[in-house]
Design a protein around this ligand. Structure first.
Ligand SMILES: Nc1nc2c(c(=O)[nH]1)N[C@H]1C(S)=C(S)[C@@H](COP(=O)(O)O)O[C@H]1N2
Ligand SMILES: [Mo]
Length: 324
């Protein structure tokens, strides 16, 4: 997911295909103008400080107690923890794959609170602990595929997104759910370079968000998430390209209209709102037919919905070539 951040930050080389080198530079610069406005007004989205969460009581990489473990990656070999925690996309902490592991230590993940608002009967600002505690933590081994055509298999720890969302009693007007990452230039100094529109935003249609596979992760490999993987709370949507799985969530908003999502908003011709993994729809600049599992030499064919056909019913009647 490499992009041209400014004339002084040329495209950086990477072993995989860059996710977003903008073909239309003028369009991109216009977008950066919008990003500058975002910078000026940022900070408002930050939730108030709440008591410390206890999911990571040991501090750092504490062990998590699991209620159940489910392999949902067809028994495929898990990618080593070291790979998953040192090959990341998290542009708030730099655009090289090794940057987040090097730089995300400045993110303060405790205390942490999440604001839930919009079209729901029970909005609120909850400490992470209060948001997650009512539910038994489970482990889900999921395939995870980046739009850049690399993939990993990860044992995530967390709770079904639907369980968490239902507590807030979304109304019939809640057609979509919008998610926002923390935006704090003190903790994320590299965001001052621009690169993306901050805060990072993503969205799901409500039925996608309520699908049993949609997951909110607080850990991986039995431990609390490393900062670079989205601590303390991130989405894990296994049938969609990785950029839908937003990290460091501070706000969840139920909305009536399709919300803006960062990559889709910056380059809608390259990153659709739905972004279901679909080997039949190439990215305008590279094929999506195959992918490289990190650590493996040869590419493998990419599977429709990333190998999760149970989500197909969500898209019945939709043209998935247009709604890519
Ligand atoms: N806030 C935020 N969330 C983000 C990103 C980001 O840059 N910022 N990158 C996305 C992309 S492109 C991918 S592929 C996944 C990577 O998750 P991982 O580093 O845990 O593998 O995070 C997604 N979530
Ligand atoms: Mo990605």
């Amino acid at each position: 997911m490499l992009i041209r951040s400014s004339p002084s930050h040329p495209i950086q080389s990477s072993e995989i295909t860059p996710e977003a080198t903008y073909a239309d530079r003028r369009k991109f610069l216009a977008r950066m103008g919008l990003a500058a406005i975002g910078l000026a007004t940022a900070g408002c989205g930050r939730a108030a400080e709440m008591p410390a969460a206890k999911v990571d009581a040991g501090g750092g990489l504490a062990e998590l107690k699991l209620s159940k473990q489910t392999s949902m990656a067809g028994g495929e070999t898990q990618t080593p923890f070291d790979t998953v925690s040192h090959y990341n996309n998290y542009y708030e902490f730099g655009t090289d794959k090794s940057d987040p592991a090097d730089n995300a230590g400045t993110l303060k993940t405790r205390p942490w609170s999440v604001t839930v608002e919009g079209e729901c009967e029970a909005p609120g600002v909850l400490a992470l602990d209060d948001l997650i505690k009512p539910f038994a933590l489970e482990e889900r081994v999921y395939r995870h595929r980046c739009v850049e055509a690399w993939s990993i298999v990860v044992p995530w720890v967390g709770v079904p997104l639907a369980d968490v969302l239902k507590r807030f009693k979304p109304t019939s007007k809640a057609k979509f759910v919008a998610f926002t990452t923390l935006y704090d230039p003190q903790q994320m100094p590299l965001t001052r370079r621009g690169v993306l529109e901050w805060p990072y935003r993503e969205g799901l249609r409500i039925d996608e968000a309520m699908h049993p596979l949609a997951f909110l992760s607080v850990g991986m490999y039995g431990k609390v998430l490393p900062n670079q993987n989205g601590a303390p709370l991130r989405l894990t949507i296994p049938w969609k390209y990785g950029f839908k799985s937003i990290k460091a969530i501070v706000k969840i908003r139920f909305v009536e209209q399709q919300p803006a999502a960062t990559w889709n908003h910056m380059a809608e011709d390259e990153y659709g709102f739905y972004s279901n993994v679909n080997p039949q729809v190439d990215h305008p600049r590279w094929s999506q037919k195959s992918e490289r599992r990190l650590g493996e030499l040869f590419k493998r064919p990419t599977l429709m919905f990333n190998g999760y056909p149970e989500v197909a019913a969500l898209y019945a009647g939709m043209d998935l070539r247009k709604n890519f």
